[in-house]
Write a protein that binds this ligand. Structure first.
Ligand code: MN
Length: 406
């Protein structure tokens, strides 16, 4: 089993009178919870969630067990909130890391509900693993506000998801294959409100001891204002000299499938989850590959569509000259569509142009097609005035020959 060394610290901060944050550090399970709700609600919610999570997960070894434990924590907080008017409406964030066994290897499962965060420091780079379930984060994701605007947004404390607010909750779960030297940081928003990510990264690089790193991060946030409760858990994957398998280092996020399952209310999970495997095998690499494949297919489909539909031609429809969109005879599964029928009869088309029209004369646009038809009409008129040429005589008088003007 991988060896983990953890350190943790929490502080009320300089503004709040009570600390509603909770943390959990065991051998195989770590968590941060940031409670909210008036009176004692926030404290009760975060403590209840962490206790229920720990009790439910126990010594389990699967990422699914961590999800189940979080759901159990949600139900525990929900039940308590329903049973006591003073606690009604309380809730908490929950961000947790567990050692799990998936596909024959040890991994770290990272779970998140709310706006506490998990980060991974690997080779000196700090990456945020979790996505905040907050209103401002949604606004940033959908491009309605910028990252900079988000930092000072007046409604940034509004969560879109939290533990205990509703009877059921959905968790985001990621898996990473831990490498020696990896450092996972769990923290409540009290840290990231005061300390920028690059400062956090620099402190994590400098302070090798996880206990010291946790303490110093909390102290830093307090010095920078301490406007909220601050909680930090630092978990180090012991560097025991084992070689790092580079191809196992990708961040794995298998749980997008969960969202689909949750949305398909009546579908049985078995119909969606691959059978015979405890967990979704949708790894990061698969996601990248599928995305890449879809991009190629998309580009190909667009090219086909553009070729098939991005042009027009003049042809025949029920004895009249007409404009079509598409390719004459269609292309692949795209049939041409009739855009406009002219009053020009096919019988009046000058013989030299008849072949073109019957096979479909490509034009760039509908106006182009109309110009082409007008030219046919003019030619036909000139031929008639020139006299003597019936539309079916194809050899006699060249249609390009100037017709005498009366
Ligand atoms: Mn907070």
């Amino acid at each position: 089993m991988i060896r983990l060394n953890a350190g943790a610290a929490t502080d009320t901060g300089r503004v709040r009178t009570i600390n509603q944050d909770q943390l959990l550090v065991t051998d195989n399970l770590f968590a941060v919870a940031d409670g909210m709700g008036g009176h004692q609600g926030g404290e009760v919610a975060s403590l209840t969630a962490v206790e229920a999570l720990s009790e439910s997960f126990g010594n389990a070894r699967r990422a699914d067990d961590l999800v189940e434990a979080a759901k159990e924590a949600n139900r525990a907080v929900w039940r308590k909130a329903q049973a006591d008017d003073a606690l009604r409406g309380m809730g908490t964030t929950l961000t947790a890391v567990a050692v799990v066994q998936e596909e024959g290897e040890e991994r770290l499962a990272i779970l998140n509900i709310g706006d506490s965060r998990a980060y991974l420091m690997r080779h000196g780079d700090l990456d945020q693993l979790t996505e905040d379930h907050s209103l401002v984060e949604e606004l940033v994701r959908t491009g309605q506000i910028s990252e900079t605007e988000a930092e000072s947004h007046p409604r940034r404390n509004i969560l879109t998801r939290a533990v205990g607010i509703e009877e059921e909750v959905e968790a985001d779960v990621w898996q990473i294959a831990p490498a020696p030297g990896d450092r996972v940081l769990l923290c409540s928003d009290g840290l990231v409100r005061e300390v920028a990510d690059n400062q956090i990264a620099s402190m994590l690089r400098r302070l090798a001891d996880p206990k010291e790193a946790a303490r110093e991060l909390v102290a830093k946030a307090k010095n920078e204002g301490g406007s909220d409760n601050i909680t930090v858990v630092v978990i180090d994957v012991a560097d025991d000299g084992a070689p790092v398998e580079v191809d196992k280092l990708e961040k794995k996020k298998p749980r997008r499938a969960d969202k689909q399952i949750a949305e398909r209310d009546d579908d049985e999970q078995d119909a969606v989850l691959p059978s015979g495997r405890g967990d979704s095998p949708l790894t990061f690499r698969v996601v990248v590959f599928v995305t890449f494949l879809l991009a190629i297919l998309g580009a190909a489909a667009f090219t086909v569509f553009w070729y098939a539909r991005g042009s027009y031609y003049v042809g025949e429809h029920d004895g009249n000259v007409a404009i079509f969109q598409g390719r004459p005879g269609g292309f692949m599964w795209f049939d041409p569509t009739l855009e406009k029928v002219s009053t020009l009869s096919i019988d009046d088309v000058p013989p030299s142009r008849l072949d073109d029209v019957q096979q479909g004369k490509n034009v760039d646009s509908i106006p182009d097609g109309e110009n082409y038809i007008e030219a046919l009409r003019d030619d036909a008129a000139r031929l008639r005035q020139g006299g003597g040429t019936s539309p079916t005589t194809t050899i006699a008088s060249p249609p390009t020959a100037p017709a005498p003007t009366p």
